[in-house]
Design a protein around this ligand. Structure first.
Ligand code: SF4
Length: 179
């Protein structure tokens, strides 16, 4: 914790950002939360360096690239409570629809077949794809699983409120895949 506030990170791996949109949909409840939490790392804030230790990380998206893999391992090492936020993080969901195809076929389709000008595979900036997309729990330990595509703002608020109260959120009847 810093300044007696719970430190929170939000992370965007291979997802569509819809889970982050749902997070923002908490609207005025974000103001209430602001008195209890410090957002120390997120696509939504300026700080792009992950702190030495974070209390809670909400992670959107699946593990699709070598960059995602490196990032989730780093985050696990520097996070007390890791939350898999949304179906992509929990189960692979949309990004894993590429799993029946080879990386070569996918890259050819994206960068050769559908391109009119200078068709070629990128050799820099774009992270290298892993052979298959994996949900987070197949790579590192996950402490809280939040289903939904995206999880509702109410669900995310409940999860954060329970964690702030020092309780494990009970989500069995609150969430289901795709809803
Ligand atoms: Fe987007 Fe749904 Fe994946 Fe969230 S779970 S990142 S809303 S596709």
């Amino acid at each position: 914790m810093s300044n007696n506030k719970v430190t929170v990170a939000t992370v965007w791996l291979d997802g569509c950002s819809g889970c982050h949109m749902s997070l923002i949909d908490m609207d005025e409840r974000l103001i209430a939360l602001a008195s209890q939490i410090d957002v120390v790392y997120s696509p939504l804030v300026d700080n792009k360096t992950y702190p030495e230790m974070v209390d809670v990380a909400l992670v959107e998206g699946a593990i699709s690239s070598d960059e995602d893999l490196h990032k989730i391992k780093m985050i696990r090492e520097h996070t007390k409570i890791l939350v898999a936020l949304g179906d992509c993080a929990v189960a692979g969901n949309v990004p894993s629809m590429r799993n029946p195809f080879s990386v070569k076929d996918i890259m050819d389709r994206a960068y050769i077949e559908n391109v009119n000008v200078q068709p070629q595979w990128p050799d820099q900036i774009v992270p290298k794809l892993l052979p298959v997309v994996r949900p987070i729990h197949e790579v590192v330990k996950v402490d809280v699983f939040v289903q939904g595509c995206p999880p509702s703002a109410d669900t995310i608020y409940y999860v954060l409120s329970e964690l702030l109260a020092g309780r494990q959120p009970v989500l069995n009847t609150m969430t289901r895949p795709g809803a």
